[in-house]
Structure formats: C-alpha cells, structure tokens
Design a protein around this ligand. Structure first.
Ligand code: SAH
Length: 241
C-alpha cells in the first residue's frame, strides 16, 4: 500500500481530482491511500496560530517551525519521501515521479503565506520540490498534481501498462500527434500512414513526429535527448518499395 499524507491548512481541498477515475478505483483496490493532516490543531494559543511575521521584517507571514514539526511528528514518516512543495525546489519531473513511485509513500507539506521556516525544512530533511516556475497561493494543488503523476505509475493503476511507456518524457521526447475517428473530419484527414496497417511505418512516423515536435517546442529536452542518442542510426524514410 502506497501511503500519502498531505499536511495542510485546507484539508477540505482534498481529495479533489484524486478522488475520481483510475486513482479512486486504485484506492478502493488498496493500491494506495491518502490522508490529510490538518495543520491548524497544532497551532499555538487560543487562536491556534500557525504563522508569525518574517524575522528581519518584510511582507507576509511564515509558518512556524515548531508547529510544522509537531504536525510532521504526528505521522509515521518511516521510509517515505518527505516533500516540501516550494517554487524554490528542484523541478518535479517524470523521472522523479518514478523515483517516488518506487518508495513506500509520500508525506507532502503544503505551504501557505510566504512559506515555511527554513529550520523545519532542515530538521526534517525535507526535499524541496517545485511544480514549475510560477508562484501558487499554496502547496495543495502542487501536491495533488505530484501524487496524481506518481500514483498512476504504481503497478495495477493504469489500465494499459503499455500506454505508460510511450508517453511524453518517458523516452526523453514529447509524445507524437494523436488521431482517432472519424478518418475524415471536414477538410481534415488522418495521416495516411496511420491507416496503412503497416506497423513498422507507423512506428517510424510516430518517432519522427515526436522528434520534430520536441525539437520545435522543447529545444532543451531535444538537446538532452540528442546527446544520449548520438549513436542511433539515422532514420529510415518511406523507402519501402
Ligand atoms: N514566498 C515563496 C512563495 C510562497 S507561495 C517564494 O517566493 O518562494 C505559498 C506556498 O505555495 C509555498 O510555501 C509552497 O508550498 C506553495 N507553492 C507556490 N508555488 C509553488 C510551486 N511552483 N511549486 C510548489 N509549491 C508551490
């Protein structure tokens, strides 16, 4: 059982989209579960304060380390990856999703306000992980996105395991263009090769589509891909006759 714990000031935000479709089915089957840990009851004083002004002055409030730590100590974190969602963190990627999916579970601390006191991050050895180069109002949506990416990789969650392996990022490229029915939609047809039934040609077309798209949209990914695939033989074209 892959266990996920969300430490949050807004437990009512969960499970959100984690409670539908394949993730909800997998939860019912006992493949994973989730819990929320409300940060508020760990707050101090009559008003259960969880935050205080930043040392050194400035705008906003910062989550206190003693409060955050008490919440973390209330759960079994043994063998689980401890994550603090933060725009300053290492970028979350598909390979990180695989790394997490190989573990026992995740404990995700969702920040609010200006963030979390550095001492709590250090004391608990939390990994700071970012959802992207933008600033959200809180860590909840980021934590849900992360868990969705991880849980769908767990064995038995995605209906068709093969569909997991030729997706965007899995081989260092974005996915090729996709088409379905109808074959002709107004003026727009489906690329002839996809209707040919020739699996080798279809594979080649998809591979070339993926490479062209990645080169155009994500030169950074393409450069990394080219580097690791330097010795690959050049692509064969349509010379089949
Ligand atoms: N002052 C912080 C941003 C605080 S935003 C800074 O400049 O770095 C409030 C909370 O939202 C953060 O503590 C974090 O938990 C969450 N958050 C915001 N943007 C995020 C992102 N890109 N990835 C992950 N979590 C994020």
């Amino acid at each position: 059982m892959f266990e996920t714990s969300f430490i949050t000031l807004f437990p009512e935000a969960f499970p959100g989209p984690l409670g539908v479709s394949i993730l909800e089915r997998a939860r019912k089957e006992g493949i994973w579960n989730w819990e929320t840990v409300d940060l508020r009851p760990f707050g101090l004083g009559k008003h259960k304060n969880v935050d205080a002004p930043p040392a050194g002055g400035g705008a906003g409030m910062v989550i206190r380390p003693d409060v955050a730590s008490a919440a973390l100590d209330s759960i079994d974190t043994a063998g689980k990856h401890l994550v603090y969602l933060s725009p300053r963190g290492v970028p979350f990627t598909q390979s990180k999703a695989h790394q997490y999916a190989g573990g026992k579970g995740l404990v995700l601390f969702c920040g609010r306000f200006e963030g979390l006191d550095q001492r709590a991050i250090d004391a608990h050895g939390m990994e700071e992980v970012s959802m992207g180069d933008y600033v959200l109002a809180g860590g909840e949506v980021a934590a849900m996105a992360m868990v969705e990416a991880v849980v769908r990789l767990l064995p038995g969650v995605a209906g068709n395991e093969a569909s997991l392996t030729d997706e965007s990022f899995e081989n260092g490229l974005l996915e090729h263009d996709q088409y379905t029915l109808p074959r002709q939609w107004g003026e727009r047809g489906t690329p002839e090769v996809l209707l040919s039934g020739d699996h080798k040609r279809i594979e080649e077309w998809r591979f070339n589509s993926a490479k062209a798209l990645t080169k155009e949209r994500r030169p950074d990914l393409y450069a990394a891909y080219s580097k690791t695939h330097e010795f690959q033989p050049p692509e064969t074209g349509d010379e089949h006759d």
